[in-house]
Design a protein around this ligand. Sequence first.
Ligand SMILES: Cc1cc2nc3c(=O)[nH]c(=O)nc-3n(C[C@H](O)[C@H](O)[C@H](O)COP(=O)(O)OP(=O)(O)OC[C@H]3O[C@@H](n4cnc5c(N)ncnc54)[C@H](O)[C@@H]3O)c2cc1C
Length: 445
Amino acid sequence: MTQRPGERFDAIIIGAGVIGAAVAYELTRRGWRTLSLDRGPAAGFGSTSASSAIVRFTYSTPTGVAASWEGMHYWRDWPSYLGVDDELGFARFVRCGMVSLIARPEGHHERVIPIWDDFDIPYEFWDADTLRERLPYVDVGVFGPASRPDRPDFWNEPQGVHVGALYSPDAGYVDDPQLAAHNLQRAAESNGGVFRFRSEVVAFATETVDGGRRVTGVRLADGTEIEAGVVVNVAGPHSAHVNQLAGVFDSMNIKTTPLRHETYHVPGPPDVDYSAVGMNVADDDNGIYFRPQTGNHLLVGTTDPPCDVQEVVGPDDDLGELSADGWETNTLRINKRIPSLGVPLPHEKKGVVDRYDRSDDWIPIYDRTDLDGFYVAIGTSGNQFKNAGVAGHLMAELIEAVEGGHDHDAAPLQLTARFTGLPLDLGTFSRNREINTASSMTVHG
Ligand SMILES: Cc1cc2nc3c(=O)[nH]c(=O)nc-3n(C[C@H](O)[C@H](O)[C@H](O)COP(=O)(O)OP(=O)(O)OC[C@H]3O[C@@H](n4cnc5c(N)ncnc54)[C@H](O)[C@@H]3O)c2cc1C
């Protein structure tokens, strides 16, 4: 084993995706000497690179809504937040608005609206006529519950029309998620943060302190050993593997699992330039969401409806190509909602295959662990890109508080969000919570 002389940092961050890089930046803002290690070739090459990067606020818990609303404020003036130039330019927040279709009077919107009212988050409730007027290319028929083309009910005529929609003008998407991670890397580096790529953490060093175990550093695949008082697991779909290496996997009540996931790129409708005037749309009735994509394209994702198989995979499994079944199913689904699209042909199959680091209840774990000095920002479940800034902030606050002696397990940290002043109850993200049944257990990006 080799050790470079003087290789000691205040904190090592495993992973330089958008959340790992945000944790690094927030710690360096507080004067920490950080080392970010990533087994990949550059920042944002993990699941961040495949992100639909939708920014929306339709969460079902107060902390979920508060974090996402706060998260948008980071993107809104991204260069000011970073405070540094990036030779590659900046990721751009496109504020296109979001429409959550409401098929029936009872549903997810009933949870969301009272929280938005409490937090003064702007929205409009559209009835079916307004929906038709605002999105004339959308068929307002109710087709669901979501089905698959190999089932007869998929082809049924619509059963009535949507009640309406919830419109959120401040939602949008970030046009280049990988660049966003690079931006954060440059911001952390400007404060002295160090990034090393093609550097895989394969083991942990620990010591016994006052009868408990404490992390003291990591070992890399090439044998290099590096010391640090704090280590943070932000390894995305490798999070469970890294927790196993650190010996904390079994002690956490909520587990994380890599889930294979596909998104699709389809040509926009011929009668409208969707990339210029389109909005994000959550279409639970069809089990999909979609958003504008440059060049009059739409990016289509699935909400993993119960009729679809959720594919649990290993963190290093070959994910194969975009599946013919997924392409056909989801282009037919979006064609029901926007009939003028025309169903794209099989040879036009375009999209992205990657994996979510899904937690048991689709809510992330931002927490300490039973190994002192070892922290986790994991289980981001296909919906935490939007929260990168706020996740970095809350992890840095949590680490400083716990390292300063705060018993976060006994008294979960309560934070005031930086931009919006909203309350953030960090107990929501505990590794030891019971499965949160208020979670929608799904995503709309
Ligand atoms: C298809 C898809 C669509 C999504 N859409 C949205 C969306 O619309 N809106 C939204 O908010 N969120 C979305 N998400 C979720 C969001 O992209 C993720 O939550 C976020 O990118 C996770 O960032 P991260 O930094 O935690 O992980 P990652 O980007 O996965 O980074 C983890 C890094 O850790 C490194 N690593 C792993 N193990 C080791 C090791 N042992 N040693 C060193 N390095 C290691 C990897 O190389 C990787 O670079 C989506 C995700 C996917 C996959």
